[in-house]
Write a protein that binds this ligand. Sequence first.
Ligand SMILES: Nc1ncnc2c1ncn2[C@@H]1O[C@H](COP(=O)(O)OP(=O)(O)OP(=O)(O)O)[C@@H](O)[C@H]1O
Ligand SMILES: [Mg+2]
Length: 230
Amino acid sequence: MENIPVIKTERLTKIFPMGKGEFSALKGIDLKLGTGEFAGLIGPSGSGKTTLLNILGSLDSPSDGKALVLGQSIGKLTAKEAAKLRKEKIGFIFQSYNLLQVHTVYENVEFPLLLLNYSANERKKLVMGALEWVGLTDKIKQKPPQLSGGECQRVAIARAMVKTPSIVLADEPTANLDAVNSHNILQTMARMNEELKTTFLFATHDDKVIGYLKRKIYLKDGMIDKDVTN
Ligand SMILES: Nc1ncnc2c1ncn2[C@@H]1O[C@H](COP(=O)(O)OP(=O)(O)OP(=O)(O)O)[C@@H](O)[C@H]1O
Ligand SMILES: [Mg+2]
């Protein structure tokens, strides 16, 4: 297990149908991430950041080339295998949050733990811990429509991190946060990365996030333009 990269792509290509033609969102990405990296995809809007995260999160499949996550080939997995990979190993923070609108903050964060059969006591401890990380213990009974954008973003972050996954894929996780909340959350993530060797891959244009990254992967028009490790 030791030398299997957490993430590895080879000539990864993603083509979307567009009108009568098609559009290449990823044009041959070769990328390798090891255990415990704290890396970010940086690039202009439309450069392919979300497309790449979606494939690595097994929410979408490659059109060509390979994407391996913990040695498993995305696109070759059955729906059940992909669901198991997501449930057990991956925490995903979506650009659009994807919260359950009719459920409370507490229930949204608890959800991944229900899928993993944690006991009620363990769930309570973990959920309250995660809500403390993001500073939302006073809103546990509220539902997403009653929260601000930044609060929804923090619920999504707590939900992704509550099960302490091997990989966290975070799409613009600070887009709606003020400076204080951004730094608090980035420090929590950096601590989790240090202490648990959780691998983080962000998509971001936020200088606050970029300042914390140990590795910066610049995307341009669906290609890696630069890859810089501190
Ligand atoms: N389902 C889709 N069908 C067609 N085109 C798509 C689809 N998803 C993404 N694209 C196109 O692929 C390109 C890359 O999109 P992507 O969402 O990955 O960009 P991004 O780097 O995350 O941008 P942003 O910073 O705005 O979030 C865009 O030009 C987009 O229009
Ligand atoms: Mg995006």
